[in-house]
Design a protein around this ligand. Structure first.
Ligand code: ATP
Length: 424
């Protein structure tokens, strides 16, 4: 639905030299500088997919969206949106896309929103029955009728953006571009807008490209994320893959139902500390982990991952260790560079042990993104482009945003689950 192939944009600007003399010289012989805003960007977004395009200020997100909406012509490369090259066929492109730029409005400032909708209906030639249907649907989800007879200039920000969202979808476009749609909104309205967007993706199968600096929004809405920095794509992959790469800290606190499972864990811990350099103190507090010799003579995975007892010798537990134990309560955590995501680890833990209680904690998505932005070295942190990840077994790639435990909290991503599962 949306495809960017080697998309680049270079802006040429004139530098103003300082002072009056400088200004005169700039007039006579202007100094031109080239600014590469977007370079060689490749990605695809499929039908019914919501992709979050993320990056720090000035990374090139808006420039990319402007090329995909036909506002800007790429310097090189190609953009294809619903089969149309946006800058070449703007009119057809306009019929295929809806766009909301959070800071601007497409509504007529001096008219009530409802009249703006009617004008857009006529511009796009939407049949009256379809128009009524859509207005009813949008009103049901966004509660527009309370204020759609108010002039747009008198609407609050949240009301205005809700009207803008509805306006952008009146002609039923398959593709929607949203540039920071919820900026400045209160949490209640933000949540309403997110529900609306989820509905549009899941029920109407719209393709959505979203930019935002709001990590809660990302956690709530996006399964896949493209991270752009200095105009280049740094990462393209499932959100959970990015968490796994850049937010390696998580904890799973489990209460075991069966003392035999605890003995099994203790046995594995003893393998992990088999060379005696990190013995158990009996309190269950690990003092550090080391490469352990297994009974079969093989070595466990090594590496500096202080504090955990490596459980890698248990089938499926590669990269999972024990942080703490207290009676039947065991805290599992990641070990080493190849640690799984919290979701993968959760599956392993409840698949292996019978538990009576579980709680998950993973680190704040803001921290994860900060690490990802700071590790902006092309090819190093990069996941496989095009949405494929280096971890094909990642459960997150098929999970819906609503099932994401990370989506449980605005600021910290934690979830508590009570369950009993029989280990296998
Ligand atoms: N019309 C323009 N002329 C010159 N430079 C521009 C122009 N538009 C954008 N740029 C530059 O291109 C770079 C990318 O800008 P862009 O607006 O795409 O960033 P962004 O990722 O959307 O940032 P933000 O999150 O702050 O909105 C910036 O360095 C910006 O200064």
């Amino acid at each position: 639905m949306i495809e960017a192939r080697g998309l680049s944009k270079v802006f040429h600007t004139t530098v103003r030299r300082p002072g009056l003399g400088g200004a005169l010289r700039s007039l006579v012989s202007p100094e031109r500088v080239a600014k590469v805003a977007v370079r060689d960007v490749d990605f695809r977004v499929g039908k019914g997919e919501l992709l979050a395009l993320l990056g720090p200020n000035g990374a090139g997100k808006s420039t990319t969206i402007k090329m995909l909406t036909g506002i800007l012509t790429p310097t090189s490369g190609e953009a294809l949106v619903a089969g149309v090259v946006p800058h070449r066929d703007r009119e057809r492109n306009a019929h295929n896309i809806g766009a909301v730029f959070g800071q601007r409005t497409q509504l007529w400032w001096d008219l009530p929103a409802r009249e703006s909708f009617a004008i857009l209906r006529d511009i796009y030639g939407v049949p009256e029955d379809r128009y009524r249907e859509r207005i009813a649907e949008f009103d049901g989800l966004l509660e527009l009728s309370e204020f759609w007879d108010t002039r747009v200039r008198h609407l609050s920000l949240g009301q205005r953006v809700r009207c803008d969202l509805a306006a952008s979808l009146l002609h039923d476009p398959p593709v929607v571009f949203l540039d920071e749609p919820t900026i400045g909104m209160d949490v209640v309205v933000k949540e309403q807008v997110r529900r609306f967007l989820r509905h549009q993706v899941e029920e109407r199968e719209r393709t959505v490209l979203l930019t935002t600096h709001d990590m809660t929004e990302v956690a709530r809405l996006a399964e896949r994320v493209v991270l752009i920095n200095h105009g280049r794509i740094v990462l393209d992959g499932p959100l959970q893959e990015i968490r796994r790469r850049f937010g390696g800290t998580w904890q799973i606190r489990a209460t075991l139902a069966d003392a035999a499972d605890l003995q099994e864990i203790e046995r594995q811990e003893r393998f992990a500390v088999g060379d005696g350099s990190c013995g158990s103190d009996g309190s269950g507090q690990g003092r550090g982990s080391v490469r352990g010799d297994r009974p079969d003579g093989s070595s466990g995975p090594g590496g500096p991952f202080g504090g955990q007892r490596d459980l890698s010798s248990l089938p499926g537990f590669a990269g999972i260790g024990v942080l703490r134990r207290e009676g039947l309560r065991v805290v599992f955590g990641p070990v080493g560079d190849g640690a799984p995501s919290v979701h993968e680890a959760l599956k392993v833990v409840i698949g292996r042990f019978q538990v009576t209680d579980l709680a998950l904690e993973e680190n704040d998505l803001e921290d994860v993104m900060r690490s990802a932005y700071l590790s902006d070295v092309p090819g190093q942190g990069a996941l496989a482009p095009g949405g494929s990840s280096s971890s094909p077994s990642s459960p997150s790639s098929s999970s819906s945003p609503s099932s994401d435990p990370s989506a449980s909290s605005d600021s910290s991503s934690s979830a508590a689950v009570s369950s009993t599962s029989q280990g296998g």
